[in-house]
Design a protein around this ligand. Sequence first.
Ligand SMILES: NC(=O)c1ccc[n+]([C@@H]2O[C@H](COP(=O)([O-])OP(=O)(O)OC[C@H]3O[C@@H](n4cnc5c(N)ncnc54)[C@H](O)[C@@H]3O)[C@@H](O)[C@H]2O)c1
Length: 298
Amino acid sequence: MGYRVRNVCVIGAGTMGTQIAVHALSFGYKVTIFDVDNTKLEKSLQKAGFAGSSSRAPIISPERWMNAAKSLKTSLSLKEALKDADLVMEAGPEDIAVKRDLFKQMDELTSDNSILATTSSSIPVSRLLPCTKKDKQCLNLHFYPPIIVTNMVDVMGSPATRAEVMDAAVKWVISLGCVPLKVKKELLGFCYNRIWRAIKKEVLFMWAENFVDYREIDRAWMIANGTPMGPFGLMDAIGLDVVYDIEMIYYRDSNKPEDFPPPRLEQKIKQGELGVKKSARILYLPGSRIQQSGFLQS
Ligand SMILES: NC(=O)c1ccc[n+]([C@@H]2O[C@H](COP(=O)([O-])OP(=O)(O)OC[C@H]3O[C@@H](n4cnc5c(N)ncnc54)[C@H](O)[C@@H]3O)[C@@H](O)[C@H]2O)c1
């Protein structure tokens, strides 16, 4: 059976869905985006004013991105949106019940050859398979925002996924100017998130047990890797509550006590010290663009 991607349907016009849709449009795909809320696309497009905010050059010009964005319209009919889709990118909320319901509809409303993908950050696709008969055509395609700068995508199938489906997905990812990170066996966190998680876990331990000041850890990281931000700066930008929730997902998956996030992190969240998003205090360390606030109040 041949799988070729020309028409893409994106479900969910939030942060990720909007970026995936605009990115695919910029690379010449026919794209339809569906959301239950027709105000979401505009809001997400406004939020995506990221093009100039990174230290790295985007893989496409902001003008090309904005032009594609202008032609994108939300569809309020899932049936219409899925009608001609060769590839469905599910980017609804990170809620397994919602995703299962969406996969059931994706199963019923797509053609026999459609590829069904989710960009979920924490749900391996095999957990969605009970809702579809197209189990051989399902996989995780996990993007990293902002896509035009962080141009890599985890590609991970379940044990049921056909090799041809994996190949078609890899080809599609490459055609978007992105680097596919193929995960050979299902793994929570995929490829890069898993690397980042190992670093995060170690530096949180060093900070929580008072071995090294977080600023020293960030300086070490920035000097060694030539990045404008260290792990604590990044966690601050992500939000300490989000970091904690993700650590809890890994803990629940492994059930190992050493994977439980440090109580000092939870303490910060209880005190409302969530990071840049919650604080007007942004500290620029000399010689860097690092922003710290959640950890600043240690
Ligand atoms: N935000 C990130 O940094 C990021 C990165 C990688 C992957 N992801 C994953 O992408 C997915 C979406 O995350 P997000 O941050 O874009 O969330 P978001 O809340 O910004 O967007 C979710 C969208 O889904 C819509 N929605 C809700 N129920 C729906 C339904 N039944 N049908 C269609 N649309 C529905 C909402 O109206 C909203 O616009 C999640 O699975 C998340 O794990 C997020």
